[in-house]
Design a protein around this ligand. Sequence first.
Ligand code: 3HC
Length: 303
Amino acid sequence: VLRRSFSTTSSRNVIKNVTVIGGGLMGSGIAQVAAQSGNNVTLVEVNADILKKAEASIATNLGRVAKKLYKEDPNAAKKFVEEASSRIKGSTDPSEAVKDSDLVIEAIVENIGIKHKLFKSLDEAAPPKTLFASNTSSLSIGEIASVVKRKDKFGGLHFFNPVPVMKLLEIVRIPEQSEETYQAFVAWGKSIGKTCVTCKDTPGFIVNRLLVPYIAEAVRMLERGDASPRDIDTAMKLGAGYPMGPIELADYVGHDTTLSILQGWHDKYPDNPLFVPCDSQRQLVQEKKLGVKTGEGYYKYNK
Ligand code: 3HC
């Protein structure tokens, strides 16, 4: 039974029309990789201004990918960007945007009430075939799915920042998820060039369960004054082979994100010392110094 439920697949991808709800850092990245792999993508945001910003960031990042893929051929690079961009359309109406969707991926704010409201209305608006997924990094997939009727068609598709570069996709199962849905998620994940791993619906899935406590431990080390931020980062890059040190990674992911993950886990598991939110991170969030995206976190960045 264990082997069967964790098996990989050789099924063919059947997903072609993808709706991404939320055009932030993660949602834009997901829309981009889906479009550059040939999917028709509808990206949903709350207003036209935010959609415009998301589209601009996708255009920049598509340019970076194209440059890498077609180093010697600027015309092919241009064509790649144009074709991928033409497969993405914006929308401010989630119900309309799922009308012909094979897969909906939600990447909105980490608030269970807001996610419930969204999925409830999508469940009514989307055709029966549509699969639903959440890119949540801190909430339970089962809890999010509790408001929809199509629990057999629900799962977690958890991407990593920067989405166009990071090769991993975590596929999160819930007990009600059908084998067919799981196989469709795996086939689609492969079709967009990701390596898929399968995990249960436990806090942090695989990566964040290990990465977030590691980041918090590094911040606590800094708070104790055991070493400077630079030296902690240099140590983990050169001593453990990580591409970024934990303090710069915390700035990169965003302190609002890691703090909300820790806070959620701490509320649920108050006795686990690894999940205690860090004071200095709380302070940074209060001061709106969220890291790279606001120009300052533990380090300063030129915007
Ligand atoms: N879109 C497209 N391409 C991008 C990109 C983006 N957003 N960001 C970087 N790249 C490309 C660059 O163009 C560059 O391409 P090249 O090799 O052809 O020059 C390549 O990626 C490397 O980028 P840089 O040269 O700018 O910098 P680095 O070599 O330092 O790499 C990094 C940057 C890929 C971010 C690397 O430092 C890294 O892997 N860091 C760790 C990231 C990580 O751990 N992410 C997971 C965070 S946890 C998470 O997301 C879960 C969530 O739930 C919280």
